[in-house]
Design a protein around this ligand. Structure first.
Ligand SMILES: [Cu+2]
Length: 286
């Protein structure tokens, strides 16, 4: 009889602690939201299937950690300076990785990429200006270093380059971009068309913003600035589910409360050890 009485104490403690482990209130609020974009060819400018990309943006407060993979874009600028000069690109860039300025565009019309109907003047090319009617103005410049404001939108010296690249950077988003992102009105656009498959008009038409690159004596042609890839940033389904909110309370948790739970768990293990020690002691006595 004495033995069974003493056993009830640790078992009860175990029961209470066990309840604590499954309390839904223990789930912590998610502090990070993940947005994703699948980058697709912009109609007319990039042939279907020729290039693609993906973007993941983890947002915590106003801090965005962006990881992007692209492939199939224009790899390299021409190495012959006559061709370069005709395009309005300074000789210093001969043979360099093709710069791909890229941005988060905000507050567009329909949350999608421009279709061929965006080609207002029917020249077979969707220019920056024609596309912006669809996907909105620039909120953030996804540069590899330095300024990320719209002011650096056309700065090819801090743009990623090459036909395939991985871009990874943590930046602070301004309020306009933040608001648009959280309202589902933000898109990633990668610019710069591949001479191998771009619309002919892109080689002969000045860029629609009137940009002249430093060191060039004429406006850069639209091929360097027209949108190649585009994709809306949307909250991914998995991260949209608050952490630890499953009906059984069995979801994983994050943050300080984890430590508290682990502490309880550790206590349980100690309690169990005590029980086994008692069991051995009782076994010896009997
Ligand atoms: Cu852009």
């Amino acid at each position: 009889m004495h033995k069974s009485l003493r056993w009830t104490v640790p078992l009860a403690a175990l029961g209470v602690a066990g309840l604590g482990l499954t309390m839904p209130g223990a789930a912590s609020a998610a502090t990070s939201t993940t947005y994703q974009a699948s980058l697709q060819p912009v109609a007319l400018n990039t042939p279907a299937g020729a290039a693609s990309g993906s973007v993941t943006l983890a947002l915590s407060g106003s801090t965005a950690t962006i990881t992007e993979h692209v492939s199939g874009l224009a790899p390299q600028l021409p190495s012959d300076t006559t061709t370069l000069n005709a395009l309005g690109i300074p000789s210093a860039f001969a043979g360099a990785p093709f710069p791909h300025v890229q941005h988060i565009h905000i507050n567009g019309q329909n949350g999608g990429c421009p279709t061929s109907s965006a080609d207002a003047n029917h020249d077979g090319l969707i220019t920056v200006t024609e596309a912006a009617d669809n996907y909105g103005p620039i909120g953030t410049t996804l540069s590899v270093k330095g300024d990320t404001s719209p002011k650096s939108a056309a700065d090819v010296t801090i743009a990623p380059g090459g036909g395939s690249f991985t871009y990874h950077r943590t930046i602070t988003l301004d309020q306009a971009t933040l608001t648009a992102l959280q309202s589902g009105k933000a898109e990633v656009v990668v610019h710069g068309l591949n001479p191998a498959n771009a619309p002919k008009a892109s080689l002969t038409t000045d860029n629609s913003l009137g940009v002249t690159l430093p060191g060039a004596n004429k406006k850069v042609k639209a091929i360097a600035t027209a949108p190649a890839l585009c994709g809306a940033l949307t909250t991914s389904q998995m991260s949209a589910t608050p952490v630890g909110s499953s009906p059984t309370g069995g979801g994983s948790t994050a943050g300080l409360e984890d430590g508290a739970l682990l502490g309880v768990g550790g206590g349980l293990i100690l309690a169990a050890g005590g029980i086994f020690a008692m069991r051995r002691r009782y076994a010896r006595q009997s």
